[in-house]
Design a protein around this ligand. Structure first.
Ligand SMILES: *Cc1c(COP(=O)(O)O)cnc(C)c1O
Length: 468
């Protein structure tokens, strides 16, 4: 009998939290030292393993790409079944189909899950994996999650009605689309609690982080995090980079990915795929006018400003949490360096990368920011050229991709949401409201339930403690 591969260990970017196995890292979310978990080594897929992904189902490809990350924590057979169940909820047989919108330019449709945005791809898996882990441990957990619009709906869909879990979702009051809000607030299960915070997404995320860093409350409430700081989400998202690249000729041909970016989770999954051996020519960070990452890659200075509301609300973010993971990598996994930069961010409102760190990032990443006119123009151009209607987040990616010379490299733009989630923006660009899929209509109930809270830590903590 061949020996079972060693159990994968996860280490914190800030170096002082204990290393954990897969299941513990998943249940914990944010590390206890405030850092983010990463695998201690990147598992490798050989070119032959990558080539073998051609022609297999999405679920099978997902199982093969993710199995080394779960390691010995979940029996292989059971993991394979959970993965298959997660992707059976998608309405397209290919799960993440490619659509060509111009010669050499493809959209990777990531929105065929239950809530019509790419967050379902990780959340459908995470809900099942967490439920299994908690039941096995006879434990309960309180999920507290911040959303810029799509994470909340996806998390509610994945966790509502699960007995082992109470879930609290914080969204920025008045700053998500109507469809996004109603997807969250019309959920009827008793374990779902929606909170509209009077502030921005960055405020919501800061509240959640503060709650996790309050270790006493964290333990008392058994807090679990499902924001994209949760490693299992990044892991699940690395799969579609493999699937898309293989369909376009990998491993024999390198592919470029252009990724509408907010919290840097989705594009970090592309980085993970690249570290696992997938030939990626370039990862293009596409942002709306909330362009902190573009400025950082240009100047080395990371300094958040106030987030501006745009037609792509899920990307109205100035504090890109997952960027910490890339810094850890670019700094040669020097946790002391990461801690220093995060202290500078907290104390002085920003930090500056070294030339070496910046060069290491620029070797794989490029960045483009596009304004509201560019977004509207991209939706209109694609519709006019092909009849295809894309959502404003995807349009940020299209506009960014079209700024760059292709050099003959196939470009994949991640289509992160269905246009029906953002009908106003689509109508403004094309003159027509997008068709609403029956699936979306069915899920929007009649009665909205949510509480409005001030951007105040004590008020939030009291609210959660009274209900968890
Ligand atoms: C969350 C989201 C993004 C941004 O993804 P990050 O992982 O936060 O960078 C882009 N588009 C849509 C539609 C989203 O929901």
């Amino acid at each position: 009998m061949p020996e079972k591969a060693n159990e994968m260990r996860y280490v914190s970017t800030r170096g002082s939290a204990p290393a954990l196995g897969f299941e513990d890292a998943m249940l914990t979310g944010l590390a206890r030292d405030g850092g983010l978990y990463l695998p201690d080594v990147w598992p490798q897929l050989a070119p032959a393993d990558i080539a073998d992904l051609s022609g297999v189902s999405y679920a099978q490809a997902a199982y093969r790409v993710m199995q080394p990350f779960a390691g010995a924590d979940i029996p292989d057979k059971e993991f394979e079944e959970i993965v298959a169940a997660a992707y059976a909820t998608f309405s397209h047989a290919a799960v993440t189909p490619l659509v060509e919108i111009a010669p050499g330019q493809w959209l990777l449709e990531l929105f065929h899950g239950p809530t019509l945005a790419f967050k379902d791809i990780a959340m459908q898996l995470l809900g099942r994996l967490m439920d299994r882990a908690l039941k096995r441990r006879k434990a309960r957990a309180t999920i507290v999650v911040a959303t810029s619009g799509d994470t909340g709906g996806a998390a509610i869909e994945a966790f509502s009605g699960r007995e082992s879990i109470e879930i609290f979702v914080l969204h920025p009051h008045g700053r998500v689309s109507d469809v996004q809000r109603r997807q969250m607030t019309t959920a009827s299960a008793d374990n779902v609690h929606n909170i509209a915070i009077q502030g921005s997404f960055d405020d919501c995320q800061a509240l959640v982080k503060a709650l996790f860093n309050d270790l006493e409350r964290r333990d008392a409430l058994s807090l679990a995090g499902v924001n994209s700081i949760n490693w299992a989400r990044i892991m699940a998202q690395s799969v579609y980079y493999f699937v898309a690249a293989v369909a376009l000729g990998a491993p024999g041909r390198a592919v470029r990915f252009c990724v509408p970016t907010g919290n840097f989770g989705d594009i970090f999954a592309g980085y993970a795929a690249s570290r696992m051996g997938l030939p990626i020519e370039r990862l293009v960070i596409a942002t709306n006018v909330n362009d902190i990452l573009v400025r950082t890659l240009k100047t080395g200075r990371y300094a958040p400003e106030r987030a501006v509301a745009t037609s792509s609300p899920s990307m109205d973010i100035q504090i890109s949490s997952n960027f910490e993971r890339l810094i850890f990598e670019a700094a040669g996994r020097d946790a002391i360096r990461v801690r220093q930069l995060m202290d500078d961010l907290a104390g002085q409102g920003g930090f500056t990368l070294t030339d070496n760190e910046l060069e290491s990032m620029r070797a794989l990443f490029a960045a483009e920011s596009v304004n509201e006119e560019d977004v509207e123009g991209a939706i209109r151009d694609v519709a006019r050229e092909t009849g295809y209607v894309c959502d404003p987040h995807t349009a940020v990616g299209v506009a960014a991709a079209r700024r760059r010379k292709s050099d003959g490299v196939p470009t994949v733009i991640l289509a992160t949401a269905h246009p029906a989630k953002f009908p106003e923006a689509v109508e403004a660009a094309t003159g027509q409201r997008p068709d609403v899929p029956p699936r979306l209509e069915e899920m929007l109930g009649a009665n909205e339930r949510f509480s409005v809270l001030e951007n105040d830590f004590d008020a939030l903590a009291a609210f959660i403690e009274a209900r968890a």
